[in-house]
Design a binder for this molecule. Structure first.
Ligand code: PLP
Length: 398
């Protein structure tokens, strides 16, 4: 067995596989970082004859390496990579979600968790509806409610492994079982969870998606999205959709995401540790009404989160001030280290107001219905020290 095979085996730890799988030495030079292939097209062996690569939208060596790493880390393939499933890298997270919705036909129905990223809400309610696909939002922490919402036309259940912005945690095994029972595809946005902490395919989900723009890239310098599935039929259909519609990740972005993956485990564990300390500190703050973080013992799905997450609860946390939209906005504008910005998952900490930023595309009535209140503040905890981040927040909250 070669060194590469050892690293590929699921017996090797996650951080070892994140560094070695898909990153075999360059056979020509021995370079430990594989070269990046920028070519858009490849010489063919003959007219009408196809080599391994022909055109970079259909397949690119750099993208292929990244997809090999992702398929392994997301548990889409077994030790011998023989499941028939795999991973696909897209230009953005939204392009990856869109590709999943392209599995559907006019008249189909989607059930989505109501604690949902604003962009996914917009895609489902304002783009998919143009093709005759209808969404129903359901509390994803209530599997019985999901099952009750299934109709004959339901073809997809979409949830987030940690909901956004309320940090709800759905029961992945229960929802996957519902999907199997009713022959409905189950897909999960695992952007907040990351494959370092949570691997939904191991709980029976059909498809896992990440915005690679966030933790996978990890440095706020790349856009990307990924899908992984252990199902051969879905992998082939999604690959077909990707090639036919063209939203592939470009080679430079693939390189940056592959580089980010090598430090993913390290970053996410430190960010989770700091997020946990900030959540505990915020819980004691007199101006803070509520802290939503799955690592807190009073989080409604804390025990479930403990069983679904690998020893840490992620770097995202939300808290609520008993304050108006304007006062809450002022707090978000007053931090110095936390940048006021959408996005998340990078080395620098970010602060945002869901009602006016990440969830602005919600209809006003749905914002109220699904608890995106005026006083909510969402933090993406970076790699600065706990003390500095606490002092920054303390000064801003006042
Ligand atoms: N899913 C979640 C949870 C997100 O936060 C985002 C972006 O903020 C996306 C999906 C979409 O990803 P992208 O911005 O890469 O298209």
């Amino acid at each position: 067995m070669s060194e590469g095979d050892n690293a590929r085996s699921r017996k090797a730890s996650f951080c070892t596989r994140a560094i070695h799988v898909g990153n075999d030495l360059d056979p020509q030079t021995g370079a430990v970082v594989p070269p990046v292939h920028f070519a858009s097209t490849f010489r063919q062996p003959g007219a009408g004859q196809w080599g391994e690569f022909d055109y970079s939208r259909s397949g690119n060596p750099t993208r292929g390496r990244l997809e090999t790493t992702l398929a392994n880390l997301d548990s889409a393939v077994g030790d011998d990579e023989s499941s028939g499933g795999g991973a696909l890298a897209f230009s953005t997270g939204m392009a990856a979600i869109h590709a999943v919705t392209m599995l559907l036909r006019s008249g189909d129905h989607v059930i989505a968790g109501s604690d949902l990223y604003g962009g996914a809400y917009r895609l489902l309610h304002k783009i998919c509806d143009r093709s005759g696909i209808t969404p129903t939002l359901v509390d994803a922490t209530n599997p019985a409610a999901i099952e009750a919402a299934i109709k004959p036309e339901t073809k997809l259940i979409w949830v987030e492994s940690i909901g956004n912005p309320q940090m709800t945690v759905p029961d992945l095994a229960a929802i996957a079982a519902i999907g199997r029972r009713h022959q409905v595809i189950t897909a999960v946005d695992n952007t907040f969870g990351t494959p370092a902490l949570c691997r939904p395919l191991e709980f029976g989900f059909d498809i896992v998606m990440h915005s690679a723009t966030k933790y996978l890239g990890g440095h706020s310098d790349v856009l990307g999205g990924t899908l992984a599935t252990g199902r051969d039929d879905l992998y082939r259909e999604l690959a077909y959709v990707q090639n036919a519609t063209g939203a592939v990740m470009d080679p430079m972005s693939c390189f940056l995401v592959a580089r980010g993956l090598k430090t993913l485990d390290l970053r996410v564990r430190r960010q989770s540790e700091t997020a946990m300390r900030l959540a505990l500190w915020l819980s004691q703050h007199p101006r803070v009404a509520r802290v939503l973080y799955p690592g807190l013992e009073d989080h409604p799905q804390h025990d479930l989160a403990r069983s679904q997450f690998d020893g840490a609860f992620g770097g995202m946390l939300t808290f609520e001030l008993d304050a108006s939209l304007e006062t809450t906005a002022k707090v978000c504008e007053s931090t110095q280290l936390f940048h006021l910005a959408v996005s998340l998952g990078a080395v620098e900490s970010l602060i945002e107001q869901p009602a006016t930023m990440s969830h602005a595309s919600y209809d006003a009535a749905d914002r109220v219905k699904f608890g995106v209140t005026d006083g909510l503040i969402r933090l993406s905890v970076g790699l600065e020290s706990f003390d500095d981040l606490r002092d920054d927040l303390n000064a801003a909250i006042g």
